[in-house]
Design a binder for this molecule. Sequence first.
Ligand code: 5GP
Ligand code: MN
Length: 323
Amino acid sequence: MNNIDNIIKYLKGSNDYIVTSHISPDGDNIGSTLGIYYSLKKLEKNVYYVLDDNPPQNLKFLVKDINILKSSEVNLKDYSIIALDCGDKNRICLSDELIDNAKKIVCIDHHASNDSYGDFNYIDINASSTCELVYNLLVRFNETQNIDLIDEITATALYTGLVTDTGNFAYSSTHASSLEMAKELLLKGAKRDTIIQKVFQSNSYNYYKLLGEALNTLDIVDGKIASIMVTKEMLKRNAISFNDVDGITSYTRDIEGVEVGILLKEKKENEIKVSLRSKNYVDVSIIAQSFNGGGHVRAAGCTIYDSVENAKKQILEAVSKTI
Ligand code: 5GP
Ligand code: MN
C-alpha cells in the first residue's frame, strides 16, 4: 500500500486527532491544517486544531470561525497528531508533552530537510506546497472511498496555501499539477478574490512604516547577497508583531543580480530568526541546516542565538561560501 493509502486507512480507523503545523504560521501551514481539519470533521471524527502560536493578521480570515486551542487547553488521552507542513519534529507547534504522548504522528510535508519523523509519512519535496499534498490525499480519498471532501471552504483553505507557497504561481515549485489543482479548486468555489485581497492587499500603514525602516538597513555584498534587518525596537515602534513581517524577505531576493536574500528578524535579545531566499542556484536549505534550521532549496530559515550584528556576520560568511 502506498503512503497516501496508508494514511487514508489510518484516518478512517482512528477517532481522536490533533491537527497542527509549524511555529511562525504561514498560508500553507494554516491552509493545509484546515484542509485536514474540515475533512476529519466531515468524517465525524473528534478533531482539535492546536497551535501554540498566533496566525498572522493577513490569514486570520481563514480561521475566524475556528477555535484554535493552545496545548495547555488540551486534555486528551488516546489521540494521534497530524503534523502538516512541518519539516522538523522540533518545530511542531505543540508542547513536548502532547508530542511525546501521541499514539501516532502522521506527517504530511514538502520540506527538503524532512527526516520522516512521523509513524506515517507522506512527504514529497518537489510538491509546491503541503496544500497540494492534502489536495492529492483528498482526491485519492474520493477515488477510493467515494466521498468528496473538498467543498468551497476547504477549497479556499487549500488555494490559500497554494498561492502563498508558490508566490502567486511564480516559483519553480509551481508545476503543471499545481495549476491543475488551482483550476479544480476554483471550480469547487475557492474564494480567490477574497484570498488575494486579504493575504496580499490588506497591509496596514504601520506595516509600510516598518517596511521603510527595514529597507533602510538594506546591505548588498558583491551585488549577489542582500540582507535587511528588523529589530524588536522597530517592531515595537510600529506596533507590528513578529509573525506579521515574513513577506518582506522577498524584497531582498528580488533585486537585480542578487542570488541570495536574507531577512534577520530579532525575536528576543540574542535570538535572531533568519529567513533565506535564493533565485537560481544556491541551495539555501543546506545553509539553514548548518545552523540547525531547514526548509526548501529556494526558501529556508534558521535561528541564530547571538546579537543581530553577529548573526548577520555569521550568515553572510556561510552564504558567501556558496556563491
Ligand atoms: P521563512 O523564512 O518564511 O520563515 O521559512 C522559509 C521556509 O523554511 C519555510 O518552509 C519554513 O517552514 C522553513 N523554516 C524556516 N525556519 C526554519 C527552521 O528554523 N527550521 C526548519 N526546519 N525549517 C525552517
Ligand atoms: Mn509549505
